[in-house]
Design a protein around this ligand. Structure first.
Ligand SMILES: Cc1cc2nc3c(=O)[nH]c(=O)nc-3n(C[C@H](O)[C@H](O)[C@H](O)COP(=O)(O)O)c2cc1C
Length: 198
C-alpha cells in the first residue's frame, strides 16, 4: 500500500477500454493503489474490444504490484469511493461514454461510478474524464463543456501522431501518459516533445 490516497478509476462502455486497462496497469506498477469500478456496459465492450470477459480483464490486473488493486461493483455504495470522508484521491473516467459524461454533469449519482465522480466534485478533488465518441452531438459537447466549467479535466481519447506511433499500444500509451502527467504520476511511456528518445 502506498502513502498516497488510492486513485479511483472508472471504466464505462465507450470504445477504448484498452486505455482504462493500461492506466490501471501503469498505476499499479508505479506503486499507486487503485480503486476500480466498471459500468455494466463494460461487460459488452470487453469481449468485443479485448476478446475477454471483463472479469478476465480484471483478473489479469490482480497481482500486478507494488500498488494494490481493489475492485468495486456499481451497487457498492459502502465503498470508500462513495464517501467524501474516506481518504480520497483523484478519479479518472476512462474511457468515458457520452451517457456517463452527461450523468456526471447532471450529478445523478445512481451508480458507484457516478457517485465517485460526484464525491470528487463536491470535495474539490481532481476528476479527469477521457471521452470517446465521434462525431459529437451538440449536447455531448455541452455536457463536456459543463464538466470543464465544473473543474473536470476533459482529456479526449485523441492521441497525437507526431511521435510516429508504430502500434495501437503506442497510441494507448500516449493517452495514458497524458493522464498520468495530470495525476502527478511520473511515467515514461511515450516520447515527449522536445526530449530525445530513449
Ligand atoms: C462495442 C461498443 C462500443 C461503444 N462505443 C461507444 C463510444 O465510443 N462512446 C459512447 O458514448 N458509447 C459507446 N457505446 C455505447 C455505450 O456502451 C452505451 O451508451 C452505454 O449505455 C454506456 O453506459 P455507461 O456510460 O454506463 O457505461 C459502445 C457500445 C459498444 C457495445
Amino acid at each position: 500500500m502506498s502513502d498516497h490516497a488510492a486513485i479511483g478509476v472508472g471504466w464505462t462502455g465507450a470504445s477504448g477500454l484498452a486505455y482504462g486497462v493500461r492506466l490501471v496497469e501503469v498505476l499499479l506498477k508505479a506503486g499507486r493503489d487503485v480503486n476500480l469500478v466498471a459500468s455494466g456496459a463494460v461487460a459488452q465492450t470487453a469481449p468485443v474490444e479485448l476478446g475477454q470477459p471483463v472479469e478476465a480483464v480484471v483478473a489479469g490486473l490482480q497481482g500486478i504490484g507494488p500498488g494494490r488493486l481493489r475492485v468495486f461493483g456499481q451497487g457498492e455504495f459502502t465503498a470508500p469511493l462513495a464517501s467524501g470522508s474516506a481518504r480520497g484521491g483523484p478519479f479518472v473516467v476512462v474511457p468515458c461514454s457520452m451517457g456517463t459524461a452527461g450523468r456526471i454533469a447532471a450529478g445523478t449519482s445512481e451508480t458507484l461510478l457516478l457517485r465517485a465522480a460526484d464525491v470528487c466534485l463536491k470535495e474539490r478533488r481532481p476528476v479527469i474524464v477521457v471521452p470517446r465518441e465521434t462525431p459529437m452531438a451538440t449536447h455531448h459537447l455541452e455536457n463536456l463543456a459543463r464538466l470543464s466549467a465544473m473543474g473536470v479535466l476533459v482529456l479526449p481519447a485523441a492521441p497525437g501522431f507526431y511521435h510516429r506511433p508504430q502500434s495501437v499500444a503506442d497510441l494507448v500509451d500516449f493517452i495514458v501518459q497524458r493522464i498520468c502527467d495530470h495525476l502527478g504520476v511520473d511515467v515514461d511511456l511515450a516520447p515527449r516533445w522536445g526530449e530525445p528518445e530513449a
